[in-house]
Structures are given as C-alpha cells and as structure tokens.
Design a protein around this ligand. Structure first.
Ligand code: SF4
Length: 164
C-alpha cells in the first residue's frame, strides 16, 4: 500500500485492532454481513439523511459545514480514540487538498453526544504518525495477534477470528 491508499477506516482500525486493519487491507470484508454495521448504516441514514458524503479517494467523510468543520456520525454510544483518530485523518487529508478545515465534530445520535476536536500542529503530526504506522501494519507478512476476546464484541471480523 502507498500513503495515499490509507483512509479513515484504516486509521480507525489501526486504533481499534491492528489485526482488523491487516485483514481489511487484504480485502476481507465481513462488514457486508454484519448486523452491527447494518445498524450503524441505519442510524447514519436516519440522522443525517440530507448531507452528502465527501469523497477524498481512500477517505470518505460524512460532510463539511460552512465553517469548515468536518462532521462524522457514529452508531456507537460514546467517543473512542479510534473515532478521534479517524476524523483527525480526514482533516489531514482535507488540508492536503487545500481545504482549511478547522477540525472535526463527532456525532453520537444514540446518546445525543458530540465531541469537537480542533485541528492543530499536534493533530497534524498525529495524523502523519498514524499513516506511517498503518503502512507498517498492512505491510507485515503475518497477521497481528487477536485482541483478548472481550474486546472483540461488535467487531465484524469476530466470526473470522474466532472460528477455531
Ligand atoms: S475479532 Fe477481535 S481480534 Fe479479530 S479483528 Fe476484530 S477486534 Fe481484532
């Protein structure tokens, strides 16, 4: 993979589970069958139906408002470091193509929570480091080890990882 091939989903998986990133980068797509993902899409559609996704190649984000804030809608109940890293990545990609994004807002419609992250030099460095780490993980010959099973709840790769 090249730097430009790394998108928001890769970064999210990097922070959730490196094995998940490694499998995803190899084209494994159990999401199509996952009830959890289908629920996520339903929450997404009901909550923000009027906005169009923004396609940045490898990264597709939910929408950008008139004040240059990126918005991303999540089906989970509360913010996670993986969600934050994903939207910081979107800000990084937007800056690369000349959009002076100010930061990102994560939306959690299930709990009506939001989390706002200002994009600054620290976040930019974090985004670059995440891309470098994602390339290291995806380029590894062997899959990373599984997480402890308690941390796999809701993961769409669970059947794949725990079929033994
Ligand atoms: S099931 Fe667990 S080990 Fe496998 S990819 Fe998902 S989180 Fe990682």
């Amino acid at each position: 993979m090249r730097t430009d091939d790394i998108g928001g989903v890769h970064i999210k998986y990097l922070h959730h589970c490196r094995r998940q990133l490694w499998l995803y980068a190899r084209g494994v797509r159990p999401e199509q069958l996952s009830a959890a993902v289908q629920l996520g899409e339903a929450v997404h559609d009901l909550s923000y139906r009027r906005n169009s996704p923004v396609d940045l190649g490898a990264a597709v984000l939910d929408f950008i408002d008139g004040d240059q804030w990126v918005h991303e809608v999540k089906s989970s109940s509360r913010p996670s470091s993986a969600d934050e890293a994903q939207v910081v990545h979107y800000c990084y990609r937007l800056r690369q193509v000349g959009v002076a994004t100010r930061g990102a807002v994560l939306h959690y419609p299930k709990t009506r929570r939001t989390r706002r992250i200002e994009y600054d030099a620290i976040e930019a460095a974090r985004a670059e480091q995440d891309i470098a780490e994602a390339l290291t993980v995806t380029g590894a010959a062997e899959s990373p080890p599984r997480l402890p099973r308690t941390r796999c709840r809701g993961c769409s790769f669970a059947d794949y990882c725990w079929s033994d």
